[in-house]
Design a binder for this molecule. Sequence first.
Ligand code: ADP
Ligand code: GLC
Length: 488
Amino acid sequence: MRITFIASECVPYSKTGGLADVVGALPEALSTLGHEVEVIVPRYRSTKPGAVLPNAASVTIPLSSGFRFASIQSGGAVKGVPHYLVDCPEFFDRDGLYQSKDGKDHPDNALRFAAFALAALEGLKRVSKPPEIIHCHDWQTALAPVYLKKLYANDPFFKHSSSVLTIHNLGYQGLFDSQILPQISLDGSVFNIDGLEFFGKVNYLKGGIVFADFITTVSSKYASEIQTPEFGYGLEGVLQSRASRLQGIMNGVDYDAWNPATDKLIAARYTPKNLDGKLVSKRALLERMGVRHPALDRPVVGIVSRFAAQKGFDLIADIAGELARMDLHVVALGTGEPEFEQLFRDLAASSPDKFMVRVAYDNEMAHQIEAGSDIFLMPSRYEPCGLNQIYSLKYGTVPVVRATGGLDDSIQEFDGTDGTGFKFSDYSGPALLDALSRAIKTYRQPEAWKRLVQNGMKCDFSWSASARAYARIYEQLSASKGRTQTAG
Ligand code: ADP
Ligand code: GLC
């Protein structure tokens, strides 16, 4: 089958979070299953220019606010998967994928990502063959299914194409003033409760949910959660109405990039059988963080995260006093909302021997924290899947997580023999503290801890099983499209 991914970020070209990891790895897993896959992403200012080859085609972007023009460049093949970059400097040659340096959304995001969706569809026609599946991700590309149904319904090129939308995070929907509609080649016929209208605004993600042929999200638990008012962000009703076309598929991870047995970014490599390199990595991490004579028997709690309300760091603020009195180090790496950056800076200033903080985006350090920590903390308010807890399992770093979304699906409570981590359900500081205390108590029992560490390291979250689940959906869609057309 021919499958085209359209996404706003993708490793190694661009990344702000886990979306880029997924779009960077799933296509390769699908191509290993024998599918022909290609990926289309924007060419941002930060897109590694070395990878870009000469223009493959130039396309007209049919925006009703005025045609724009983009060149479709070949980004080369990554592990056998061709990548195309939409180069449209007016929209993408600037700092930040979605926000400027001061943390504010780019004011023309509505136009930028409408233009990207259209450029991707137009570009496909120039550089590729008709795909059976167009797989979109999150609000930034959720208009592609809308355009396919509303503008391209009679285009012979897309006659056999079905669309899939993956929701990586319902907390970001692409909500814009309704005046955007006449600028993005859509008319009032989509502005109603069965279309893109959402409390008087235009909601791109809702458009994708309504118009895509199939919707997936990134864990089974999150697929049920988003159909409830607590997690649905107002879209629970429309998601319920599409429940028969909605499925949760747990993300895999790329063990070529995240494996302590081969990782060149960490101080020493290690395996479940020989964990010596983990202790070397712990010492190196603490030294890098400025600890002069690291006490290696003291547990290190790692955090690597976007600093966003979703991630639950207000709970850390609630228990900061208790944490400062405990015999541990907290090593945190992240960037994001100023409020949380400040929280971590304040913690580091008040207890520098306990809290070591880097407000930065640093892939190398992310690997070193995974390897050098004993415990990995993810107290998320909600978490569609979460990748860091899965990386942590592989690095023998025991996850302490809130039992939500993919965190709940991927981590089992340790019972002394079986299980891979520690979970808490109540969104409260005391519940978090209790789970962390259970982890530290087990850390003090070397035999039990070793077993727990090895349980995690033996888990397999490679992409192959998830890729097969996606392939089954693609095949059903493609078969039913064939049936509809025969019947029609
Ligand atoms: P989300 O996509 O919600 O941010 P995930 O756990 O799915 O959460 O993925 C986060 C990804 O981003 C991981 O690959 C993680 O290592 C990376 N990451 C997040 N923050 C940073 C940071 N400050 N520096 C380096 N990598 C980071
Ligand atoms: C989102 C979610 C995260 C998920 C990632 C990749 O950013 O917040 O939980 O792992 O997408 O699907």
